[in-house]
Write a protein that binds this ligand. Structure first.
Ligand SMILES: C[S@@+](CC[C@H](N)C(=O)[O-])C[C@H]1O[C@@H](n2cnc3c(N)ncnc32)[C@H](O)[C@@H]1O
Length: 419
């Protein structure tokens, strides 16, 4: 009986070791930020578990029991070696609050090294923003405790935390690029994460982001002409249209047309141009502008690229500086590809990848520009052929960042055609 018990214990421990070692190691790694120490403590956790197994019946929540041992060993380590704020655990703080599918999501995030994104995002924040997020969300300090720690008033802490959350959100979203594709969070994980942190992440991000864009561009419409003139590369439309072989091109579509600058350039060479935008104010001003320019063959209409637009007769489709406002540019490219007839051509111009803090969620920018590989992948996924991408380091946008500095953002252009 005793032998059987011992055999069963060994079997159980082996099984536990196999299943739990990677999870415990990962958990300890993120707590300690040191692979060697994490490995030592993971092993020590199993040694402790082994001795405790001799004394007590295994509870039905073995995993929680192992995590408790690991957490206590970690506390011992910190007591002896000191603990830095930056290394405060995340999983640990979250796990008691999680149930069912949330736990699965969190597991998925860990599987995809999602926390690395969180940690990277945190590391890009200013020290005061980082401290605010860590105190409130990771250390679970109250507003009063956090304010006291930072030596500021509670209202000052509240507004600091709001700014910090917004920057944190931007930092997370801006990492969703192919460069970090392996580690990227899915929308679901991102949604859950941001919801956990109390950030304003919408139930339906597609609709919410489109609404924000619409409101933003409705308000901004009256300043747009001047800003476009000041901030866009002067020859952006010419550079784009120089890519087109105009032979037998009849119908054009410009997506996210704004005041119709690209549509205007297309209108003299095509029979008809459709120009879509989500912003009614942009379209009203575009109408006045295009009438003045006598571009009678342009038909303006409200149209949202994140839904389906039913035109499938275009010889040429263009999209200038719109994709970085859209949550799912891949889907938008599919919508545009559907607008083409066979041999029709799609041309996109947008921001190349940048890190400027002129990027601003409330200003409705969602993407910090694009890598060539990203555009290539999306064009391919939309079933298009003859894909090309060109980064124009000589043609740059120039927007002011929050300190009033202008850092150039290179133009990226891409195109493809339908079989
Ligand atoms: C930066 S402006 C570019 C306008 C124009 N293409 C140009 O080159 O001047 C972005 C435009 O995209 C529009 N837009 C944003 N999201 C959109 C969406 N989901 N569908 C269609 N248009 C959108 C905005 O209303 C705005 O007019």
């Amino acid at each position: 009986m005793e032998t059987m018990d011992r055999d069963r214990r060994i079997e159980l421990l082996e099984d536990l070791f196999r299943k739990m070692y990677p999870k415990l190691y990962r958990f300890l790694y993120w707590k300690l930020q040191d692979g060697n120490v994490a490995e030592d403590i993971t092993q020590e956790t199993f040694v402790r578990a082994c001795t405790q197994l001799n004394n007590k019946a295994v509870t039905d929540n073995v995993s929680a029991w192992l995590f408790t041992i690991a957490r206590n060993l970690c506390l011992d380590y910190w007591r002896k070696n000191g603990r830095r704020l930056r290394e405060t655990p995340i999983y640990d703080e979250l796990s008691p609050h999680l149930v069912g599918t949330q736990k699965d999501l969190l597991e998925n995030m860990l599987e995809q090294q999602g926390w690395q994104i969180v940690i990277e995002a945190l590391s890009t924040l200013k020290l005061e923003h980082k401290k605010a997020i860590i105190l409130r969300h990771f250390e679970d300090c109250s507003y009063e405790q956090s304010a006291r720690q930072l030596g500021i008033t509670v209202p000052a802490f509240t507004s600091l935390l709001n700014r910090a959350r917004s920057k944190f959100f931007q930092a997370i979203v801006s990492q969703l690029s192919p460069k970090t594709a392996k580690k990227r969070l899915g929308h679901k994980e991102c949604f859950f994460l941001l919801k956990y942190f109390g950030l304003d992440w919408p139930e339906n991000p597609d609709i919410d982001i489109t609404q924000r864009s619409k409101m933003y561009f409705d308000n901004y419409a009256y300043l747009y002409e001047k800003d476009r003139h000041l901030s866009y590369p002067q020859s952006i439309d010419q550079a784009l249209l120089a890519r087109v072989d105009w032979n037998s091109k009849v119908i054009g579509v410009d997506f996210g047309t704004g005041l119709g600058h690209t549509a205007e350039k297309m209108s003299s060479r095509l029979d008809r141009v459709y120009a879509f935008d989500i912003s009614a104010n942009m379209l009203n001003l575009a109408k006045a502008r295009l009438n003045q320019l006598k571009c009678w063959n342009i038909k303006l209409a409200i149209g949202d690229l994140s839904t389906v637009l039913s035109i499938n007769q275009a010889d040429l489709a263009t999209c200038v500086c719109v994709l970085h406002h859209i949550l799912d540019p891949g889907k938008a490219i599919q919508v545009m590809a559907r607008s083409l007839k066979p041999n029709g051509v799609l041309i996109i111009a947008d921001f190349g990848r940048h890190h400027q803090d002129c990027f601003n969620y409330s200003r409705s920018d969602v993407w910090l520009g694009f890598h060539p590989q990203q555009l290539t992948r999306w064009l391919k996924e939309a079933g298009l052929n003859h894909i090309w991408v060109k980064e124009h380091d000589d043609l740059c946008f120039s927007f002011c960042d929050s300190d009033g500095h202008k850092d150039p953002i290179p133009l990226i252009m891409a195109g493809a055609s339908k079989a």
